[in-house]
Design a protein around this ligand. Structure first.
Ligand code: F6P
Length: 554
C-alpha cells in the first residue's frame, strides 16, 4: 500500500484546501500586489503566468513538499538516466535521448544508445533531402509531391500535430497527408487527392502489428499496384518507421527503406524518433534539428531548475492540486493559435494514455483521482462554443491558455485581436461579474427595473476560474519542441506524485482483443447464415442486427 495520502504534505494541503476554500482569486489579487511577479516562470522559449490560480505561498510550499516526499527529482533523474521506469513492460523511457545535444553516452542496459540515435537521424536527413530536393523519384521518373503517413495513436497524432503547427515553415511543393482511422473513408478520401506516380507512403508503426495501420497500408499498397506500378516499384513509394524489422519485411517493404527506433521509445513519446520523418520532410532537417534542440533545452531546464521554478513541475503540481484537493476532473487546453489545432488531441493521448490509471506502480489500488480528462480547441473558436460552460457552468475547469506574441502570418490587426481575446478570457474567468455590477450596467443602459430583476442572475459571472497562460515569442520549431517536451515532463511529474507508471497502456488491449473476436464471429455467422450467441445479449443483439442490415440475415 502506498502512503501518498498519509504524508504530512497531503495533510497540510487538505487543511489549506478546506481553510482557504472561500478565498477568491479576486481577493488574492487584492491582497497581494506582487502576485504576477511572484507566480511566474521562465523556461526555454516559454513564459508562464500561473498567478491566476487558487494558490498562495503556503499552498505552493505544501505542493512542493508533496513533490519532495514523492521523490520527484529522483524519479526524473531515473528517467533521464535510462533506468527501467516502465516496469510493467520492462523498459526505459528515453525519449530525451532522441533529442540529446551533448556528447555524453546515454545508456540503456549498459549500452550507449546515442550512436544508433545519430545514425537514424542521419539516415532520415539524407532521405528527407532527396525527397525535398526532388532527387528521390517515383517509378515513372517524377518527383514526389505528396506524402501519406499511415499510422495511428503516437504514430499519427505527434507528427500530424507538429506538421500542422509548423505549417508556415513547410516545403511548398510537398503536401503531407495523414491517414489513421480504419474507417475506409479516411484512406479512400485521401487516395482521391493523390497520384500513385508522385506519392510516397510512410507506414508508421512501432509494433507493425496495429490492425488499423496494417489494414490502411495494405489498401494503399493495393491501390498503388493497381496503377502502372510493379512490385519492384514499391521500394520507391513505401517506407516504414518501426521497431519491428521482421514484420516490415513480411509486409513487403525492404528494410533498407526502414527507419528504425527502439522499444525504449514509447509510442506517444516517439515524435522525436523516426516517427518524426513526415515532420522532417515538411520542415526540413535544419528546422527539425531546431525542434529537437528546443526539446533538449526543456529537458535541461527540467533536470536542473529547482522544483519551485521548474515549469513542468509547477504545472503538474497545479494539476494535482485541482484534481485531488479541489475536485476538478478535466483540464482545458486552449491554444490561441490556429496552427495548434491538433495540439489538444495530441495532449489527450500524451496525458490520458499515460496517466489514466487506477493502480500504483506496485499494483496496489489508488485512492485518489489520477489524470484528468484533457480537451480543447483553438481560441477564439472555443469562445463561441463551450466557453459558456467555463464561465457560468457548475464545474471547476482549470485551463492552459497558450499564445505567441508574434504571428507567423502577420495580417492587419488579427493577431492583436487574438491576443486581446486570449487575455480577456483569462481575466473574465478570474474576475467574473458580480450581480451588483450587472445591475448597475443595466441601469446605466436604461433597462427597466423588472427586466433587471428578471435577468440579473442570468447575467452574473461568478468568476474565480483558474487559468495558466503560456506565452512565447513566435511558434517556431524550437518553441514547439520546448512546449511538447514541457508537457511530456509535466505528465511524468504528475505520475511521479501519484506513483503510477505513465509509460504503459494496458487499458487499450481489451478492446483490441474483443474487436478481433467480434470481427471473426460476425464473418463466421454470415458464412454459416446463423446468429451469434456467444456474447452478452446487447452485443449479440447488435451483431445480429448489423449482420441483418448488411447481409439480410435474420
Ligand atoms: O492503442 C495504443 C497504442 O499502442 C498507442 O500507445 C500507440 O501509440 C498506438 O497504439 C500505435 O501503435 P503502433 O505505433 O505500434 O502502431
Amino acid at each position: 500500500m502506498r502512503n501518498l495520502t498519509t504524508t504530512p504534505a497531503w495533510a497540510a494541503l487538505t487543511k489549506h484546501a478546506s481553510e482557504q476554500a472561500d478565498i477568491t482569486l479576486n481577493q488574492r489579487f487584492t491582497a497581494d500586489a506582487d502576485r504576477f511577479e511572484k507566480y511566474q516562470l521562465s523556461a526555454p522559449s516559454w513564459f508562464l503566468d500561473y498567478s491566476k490560480n487558487h494558490i498562495n505561498d503556503e499552498i505552493m510550499s505544501g505542493l512542493l513538499a508533496l513533490a519532495e516526499s514523492q521523490k520527484v527529482s529522483a524519479k526524473l533523474a531515473s528517467m533521464f538516466n535510462g533506468d527501467v521506469v516502465n516496469p510493467t513492460e520492462g523498459r526505459a523511457a528515453l525519449h530525451s535521448a532522441l533529442r540529446y545535444q551533448g556528447s555524453d553516452p546515454i545508456k540503456v542496459g549498459g549500452r550507449d544508445v546515442m550512436p544508433d540515435v545519430r545514425s537514424v537521424l542521419k539516415q532520415m536527413e539524407a532521405f528527407a533531402e532527396k525527397v525535398r530536393s526532388g532527387t528521390w523519384l517515383g517509378f515513372s521518373g517524377k518527383r514526389i509531391t505528396d506524402v501519406v503517413n499511415i499510422g495511428i495513436g503516437g504514430s499519427d497524432l505527434g507528427p500530424l500535430m507538429a506538421t500542422e503547427a509548423l505549417k508556415p515553415f513547410a516545403h511548398e511543393a510537398l503536401s503531407l497527408h495523414f491517414v489513421s482511422n480504419v474507417d475506409g473513408s479516411h484512406m479512400v478520401s485521401t487516395l482521391k487527392k493523390v497520384d500513385p506516380e508522385t506519392t510516397l507512403f510512410i507506414v508508421a508503426s512501432k509494433t507493425f502489428t496495429t490492425i488499423e495501420t496494417i489494414t490502411n497500408a495494405t489498401t494503399a499498397r493495393d491501390w498503388f499496384l493497381d496503377s502502372k506500378a510493379s512490385d519492384a516499384d514499391v521500394a520507391k513509394h513505401f517506407v516504414a518507421l518501426s521497431t519491428n524489422a521482421e514484420n516490415v519485411s513480411a509486409f513487403g517493404i525492404d528494410t533498407d527503406n526502414m527507419f528504425e527506433f527502439w522499444d525504449w521509445v514509447g509510442g506517444r513519446y516517439s515524435l522525436w524518433s523516426a516517427i518524426g520523418l513526415p515532420l522532417m520532410l515538411s520542415i526540413g532537417p535544419d528546422a527539425f534539428n531546431r525542434f529537437l534542440t528546443g526539446a533538449a533545452d526543456m529537458d535541461e531546464h527540467t533536470k536542473s531548475a529547482p522544483l519551485g521554478s521548474n515549469m513542468p513541475v509547477v504545472l503538474a503540481l497545479l494539476t494535482v492540486w485541482y484534481s485531488n484537493f479541489k475536485g476538478a476532473c478535466t483540464h482545458l487546453i486552449a491554444p490561441y493559435d490556429q496552427y495548434l489545432h491538433r495540439f489538444p488531441a495530441y495532449l489527450q493521448q500524451l496525458t490520458m494514455e499515460s496517466n489514466g490509471k487506477s493502480v500504483h506502480i506496485d499494483g496496489s489500488d489508488i485512492t485518489v483521482s489520477t489524470g484528468p480528462v484533457v480537451w480543447g480547441e483553438p481560441g477564439t473558436n472555443g469562445q463561441h462554443a463551450y466557453f459558456q460552460l467555463l464561465h457560468q457552468g457548475t464545474h471547476l475547469i482549470p485551463a492552459d491558455f497558450i499564445v505567441a506574441a508574434e504571428s507567423c502570418n502577420p495580417c492587419g490587426n488579427h493577431h492583436e485581436l487574438l491576443i486581446a481575446n486570449c487575455l480577456a478570457q483569462t481575466e473574465a474567468l478570474m474576475k467574473g461579474k458580480s450581480t451588483d455590477e450587472v445591475v448597475s450596467d443595466m441601469k446605466a443602459a436604461g433597462v427597466a427595473e423588472a427586466k433587471i430583476d428578471e435577468l440579473k442572475t442570468h447575467r452574473t459571472f461568478a468568476g474565480n476560474r483558474p487559468t495558466n497562460t503560456l506565452l512565447t515569442q513566435r511558434l517556431d520549431a524550437y518553441a514547439l519542441g520546448a512546449l511538447i517536451a514541457m508537457y511530456e515532463h509535466k505528465v511524468f511529474v504528475e505520475a511521479a506524485i501519484w506513483d503510477i507508471n505513465p509509460f504503459d497502456q494496458w487499458g487499450v488491449e481489451l478492446g483490441k482483443q474483443l474487436a478481433t473476436t467480434i470481427y471473426d464471429d460476425m464473418s463466421e455467422a454470415v458464412k454459416a447464415g446463423v446468429s451469434v450467441s456467444s456474447h452478452d445479449s446487447s452485443t449479440n443483439g447488435l451483431i445480429n442486427r448489423i449482420n441483418g442490415m448488411r447481409h439480410k440475415l435474420a
